[in-house]
Design a protein around this ligand. Structure first.
Ligand code: ADP
Ligand code: MG
Length: 325
């Protein structure tokens, strides 16, 4: 590696680990690898997500927005597992050394690392098309993790927060007529709220969980597949992001919420005997979640529209979620 890359690490990333000395970091940034103290009696949970400029975010995006989104989508994976995020590594590929961009990137990363209580413990810095890859490491007690398998017939299906804003934001990137609304939508795209606290609270309540990265239909489909059950969703119950229907009509709003992706809310299932406990958490404001359907016998996903009729794939523009390839 060249001297300039060492400067980048020292200037922008070494400090991010220093504040984490008390957080189970025996050896952080600076050696050939990090050494971490996994809490006794816990399992290590690992996930990685890569964001490529021009594919996963607009190339002109600000450094802090890119950093925070990259960390947050990884935190969302921890949330979906019911894991507590602890550490992360960063593989950063830079096209050039834009110090203002790097400064903003480092600042954004430090901000979210601090607020979600996880430490940067290492990484790799290379040259090439702008790409940000974060690997996150978390902890969970054996047997308490949330997975996609475990949903059973009769369980209710819930989602946290509100759906559709991130997909609407992308459709409106080029639109300059409604600047204020676009800003609110773009905030939801760049700064999704990983539901880490909710995931931890759901460990003993949910029978299955996933985070919504590719659209509710596609992601609840993964629960159905892994759990070998069917799902019936009711579009009338979907918590649409406020104002979506006004922007573009009911059908487009549904499309964004069902197939748009990038919301990073949790979708989870709860058996009937645990629903009173969940309701208490909802009523007390500890979890913001809405029931949107139920687990049924069979396989596949059915979604009822506002009139109670099954929505056809054509009505959704024949899209069932984000396709990576
Ligand atoms: P090596 O050649 O042994 O892989 P590097 O020169 O790539 O080591 O990295 C030196 C140190 O800096 C390592 O501890 C590595 O984890 C850390 N590091 C490199 N890039 C980053 C980064 N983008 N963020 C955080 N730490 C980094
Ligand atoms: Mg290296």
């Amino acid at each position: 590696m060249q001297g300039r890359e060492f400067d980048i690490i020292r200037n922008y990333f070494a400090g991010l680990g220093a504040a984490a000395a008390s957080r189970g970091v025996a050896l952080g940034v600076g050696d050939d690898a990090a050494i971490l103290e996994v809490s006794p009696g816990y399992q290590l949970v690992a996930a990685v997500d890569t964001l490529v400029a021009g594919v996963h975010f607009p190339p002109q995006a600000a450094g802090d927005a890119v950093a925070r989104r990259a960390l947050r989508v990884n935190l969302s994976d921890m949330a979906a597992m019911g894991a507590r995020p602890r550490w992360f590594t960063l593989a950063l590929t830079l096209a050039d050394t834009d110090t203002a961009w790097l400064e903003a990137f480092s600042r954004g990363l430090a901000l979210d690392a601090e607020s979600y209580g996880c430490a940067l413990v290492g990484g790799d810095t290379t040259r090439g098309p702008l790409t940000v890859s974060i690997q996150i490491l978390g902890e969970v007690e054996p047997g308490r993790s949330l997975t996609r398998a475990g949903a059973e017939v009769g369980d209710l299906v819930y989602v946290t927060g509100e759906l559709g804003a991130a997909a609407a934001a992308l459709d409106y990137l080029a639109d300059t007529t409604q600047a204020e609304q676009r800003r609110a939508l773009l905030d939801r795209y760049y700064l999704p709220t990983p539901r880490v606290a909710e995931g931890l609270q759901l460990r003993d309540l949910a029978s299955a969980a996933i985070d919504i990265s590719d659209g509710l239909l596609a992601d609840v489909g993964h629960i159905a597949e892994a759990s070998r059950v069917g799902v019936r969703l009711d579009a009338r119950m979907l918590p649409l992001f406020p104002g979506l229907t006004e922007i573009s009509g009911e059908r487009q709003a549904l499309r964004w919420a069902l197939t748009g992706g990038d919301d990073y809310e949790l979708c989870f299932t709860v058996p009937s005997d645990k629903q009173p406990d969940l309701q208490r958490l909802i009523d007390s404001g500890d979890i913001g979640a809405t029931a949107v359907g139920e687990i049924v016998a069979g396989r596949g996903i059915e979604c009822l529209d506002q009139q109670g009729r099954a929505i056809t794939p054509e009505q959704l523009g024949n899209r069932t979620g984000y396709q990576h390839f």
